[in-house]
Design a binder for this molecule. Structure first.
Ligand code: ATP
Ligand code: MG
Length: 464
């Protein structure tokens, strides 16, 4: 359809716009700014400024006063609409990064090829991005690999170009600070009300461009309780294998968002159902398919994580990673032990090293998590020995707490021994004296009754 027809897009349905956009993506630059947004005035939506941070509002007002367009976009508008109290705020503007920097003293430009402005207010950072043009396959500044994955996309554009590079319609609403209206080019406003995850453009192309969008579809569905639209599901079915092409470093960030946001169990279920979990944790998926106990254990760990997040407690990715990799590590440790003489702890540490190295090919896990994870796993056999000083020393180990939680979970899910779990739970609250009895140390030091010293009889020979 020629752009001139699209220009009168008041008459075009969103479906037609999608089709048009898809066609354009495959051929030339979409729309050239031709499609008008559907503007939802303040009176017709529920997004209040009270849902936005003061800092974000300050940035928007200052840009606007300086004569630039200033919008909030993406997750924060979506979450505000759903009254989910957004925490991070993305600003989109027609000001260039240099122009943004000139307006804010507390601003830093980041990114080498595509520059973003970070405006800092204490600990809060507001990200300000200049509108970017959609990816087209023939522009010299857009590069993609053989599978169609976008490697670079660096062209500034206008808002009506910026919108088409966004992933889902629910993430493509723009909140205009000039009059508090919402600009909707893709039908996202209605899709949010209908609780639907709809991909912008042709799902096949868009998933190829960036396979991480498959994980994002699942993440938003789990977080928001939305249904993933059928064409998106189909394209996930076709393209799940493309996740292996995504740089492992990028997937670690995504792993954190998937499993540490308070919806880990639901996210896991969706990843599993859509065949995505096995793409990011192949060794884990293989064991989960075959072992109901391991599935129980994994699920319990996910529930635990969600509970902790909901209670505002800290969670470390090291724990869940250890859970996911536990059975592959344990099985490999048994093989290594049958090959060579070594202790159970040593074999676990060695196997953990190997399994983690394999896993790193999919998701690169920083050392600050893999090292404590290995330590925690290799402590597991030590819970079995409950006699003597060395056994008691385990209580002082710096990984005791994590290792204990892990062991407890194994026991609660019927994999580890209940007696062992009870023993280590009890000893933690015991007095020194009680502990000495539990670990069968005999009488603890300093508590021994003093026996009267027997005077040594002087050697009569010496006296002579
Ligand atoms: P949340 O912050 O809850 O994870 P979000 O939607 O804000 O959700 P971000 O990763 O912060 O997600 O991204 C901000 C916005 O950038 C998104 O709403 C979307 O419009 C766009 N975006 C992010 N990642 C992609 C992607 N891989 N492909 C296309 N657009 C994306
Ligand atoms: Mg965000």
């Amino acid at each position: 359809m020629p752009d001139s027809v699209a220009r009168g897009c008041g008459l075009l349905s969103y479906g037609a716009i999608h089709k048009l956009q898809t066609d354009s993506l495959l051929k030339k630059n979409p729309h050239n700014g031709s499609i008008e947004p559907h503007i939802i005035p303040r009176a017709a939506h529920n997004v209040t400024r009270a849902e936005f941070s003061k800092s974000a509002l300050k940035v928007l007002y200052r840009l606007n006063t300086a004569g630039y367009q200033a919008f909030l976009v993406g997750g924060c508008v979506r979450d505000a609409m759903l009254e989910l109290h957004p925490k991070d705020f993305d600003v989109a503007t027609d000001a260039t990064p240099e122009e943004v920097k000139a307006l804010f003293g507390n601003c830093r430009l980041i990114g080498r090829r595509f520059r973003l402005a970070h405006v800092r207010f204490g600990r809060e950072i507001i990200e300000v991005a200049t509108f970017r043009a959609a990816a087209t396959l023939d522009h010299e500044d857009h590069h993609s690999d053989d599978e169609g994955r976008i490697l670079r996309d660096n062209v500034y554009g206008s808002i009506d170009e910026d919108v088409w590079r966004r992933d889902f319609t629910c993430n493509a609403l723009y909140y205009n600070i000039a009059d508090f209206s919402i600009w909707d080019y893709t039908g996202g406003f209605e899709h949010i009300k209908e609780k639907r995850i709809v991909l912008i453009g042709d799902p096949e192309t868009r998933m190829r461009e960036d396979p991480v969008r498959m994980l994002r579809a699942v993440r938003f569905a789990a977080k928001l309780g939305f249904d993933i639209d059928e064409p998106v599901v189909r394209s996930i079915d076709h393209h799940s294998h493309l996740l292996t092409n995504v740089p492992a470093a990028r997937l670690f960030d995504e792993f954190l968002k998937l499993f540490q946001a308070g919806n880990a169990e639901r996210t896991f279920d969706l990843l599993w159902d859509h065949g995505l979990f096995r793409e990011i944790f192949p060794a884990t998926a293989k064991e989960l398919e075959a072992d109901a106990g391991f599935m129980r254990f994994t699920r319990a760990a996910l529930q635990n994580t969600d509970r902790r997040v909901q209670e505002g407690k800290s969670v470390t990715p090291m724990f869940l990673l250890a859970v996911f990799l536990w059975l592959p590590i344990k099985k490999l440790a048994e093989i290594r032990r049958s090959e060579e003489k070594m202790s159970e702890s040593q074999s676990l540490a060695l196997a953990a090293y190997e399994v983690v190295a394999q896993q790193q090919r999919r998701i690169s896990i920083p050392k600050r998590f893999t090292v404590p994870m290995r330590e925690m796993l290799s402590l597991q056999p030590r819970f079995e020995s409950k006699r003597g000083k060395r056994a008691m020393k385990l209580l002082e180990h710096r990984r005791f707490r994590a290792a204990y939680d892990f062991m407890l979970l194994l026991s609660e899910t019927g994999i580890g021994s209940e007696d062992t779990a009870r023993f280590w739970t009890d000893v933690q609250t015991q007095s020194a004296q009680e502990r000495a009895i539990s670990f069968q140390l005999g009488e603890p030091k300093g508590q021994k009754k003093r026996r009267p010293r027997r005077r040594r009889r002087k050697n009569p020979a010496q006296n002579s």
